[in-house]
Design a protein around this ligand. Structure first.
Ligand code: DC
Length: 208
């Protein structure tokens, strides 16, 4: 079984994907980390983010088992990943890796921006997780503050909107809800409520 989860930044899709995977006994891949890992390698070596040949080469050698979320979650890496995500050759290489991951039994939960539309268009269940930008910015600000770092709601909100705009308007595989995806708007939900709603959607789909 493959569960495809897409949505904008800070929508809660990552937490939901992890919990769904554990609930249904599936493997989990946060595909954002694959873009972040490539961006981090370029940043660390002072290489230009637009160099597609180098990006493809790094992606080709990427080990999905060794992506350190605590390092890759840095804000500047997310920003660089979003900029690099417009490169078609890079996307092609990463999608190849992501599909290979998804195909291994017993199946997987993948979360990202183009899982239901491009990476796994035949997934058994597709979820599109979203929330109002202000709700997402509030959650992201609280998350950063809880890590003992500084965060300002207004700049987090502006940042999220800029990222949404870039991810939704790029020419290749833009963020959008697949026609057959179930929409889950978590604006008014806490994570527990959202998780139960997501489990209900998956269970109903499996039964049908
Ligand atoms: O989900 P995230 O914040 O870790 O993703 C970082 C960036 O990577 C995101 O802004 C766009 C890109 N991305 C993508 O283009 N396609 C995906 N499936 C996942 C992420």
């Amino acid at each position: 079984m493959i569960i495809a989860i897409d949505g904008p930044a800070a929508s809660g899709k990552g937490t939901l994907a992890r919990r769904l995977a554990s609930h249904f006994g599936l493997r989990h891949l946060d595909t954002g980390l694959t873009y972040r890992a490539v961006a981090a390698a370029l940043l660390a070596n002072g290489l230009p983010l637009g160099d597609e040949a180098i990006a493809v080469d790094i992606a080709h050698r990427l080990d999905l088992g060794h992506m350190d979320r605590s390092v890759l979650s840095a804000h500047e890496i997310g920003e660089a990943a979003s900029r690099m995500a417009v490169l078609p050759g890079l996307r092609e290489e990463l999608v190849r890796l992501q599909r290979a991951f998804a195909m291994v039994p017993p199946g997987a939960v993948l979360d990202g921006r183009d899982i239901g539309t491009v990476v796994c268009p035949d997934a058994e269940v597709k979820l599109y997780i979203t929330a109002a930008p202000e709700a997402r910015a509030r959650r992201r600000t609280a998350e950063i503050l809880s890590q003992g770092k500084e965060a300002d709601f207004v700049s987090v909100l502006e940042d999220l909107k800029r990222r949404d705009e870039r991810d939704q308007t790029r020419a290749v595989a833009p963020l959008k809800q697949a026609a057959d995806a179930h929409l889950l708007d978590t604006t008014e939900m806490d994570i527990e409520t959202a998780f139960r709603a997501a489990v209900d959607i998956v269970t109903a789909n499996r039964a049908s």
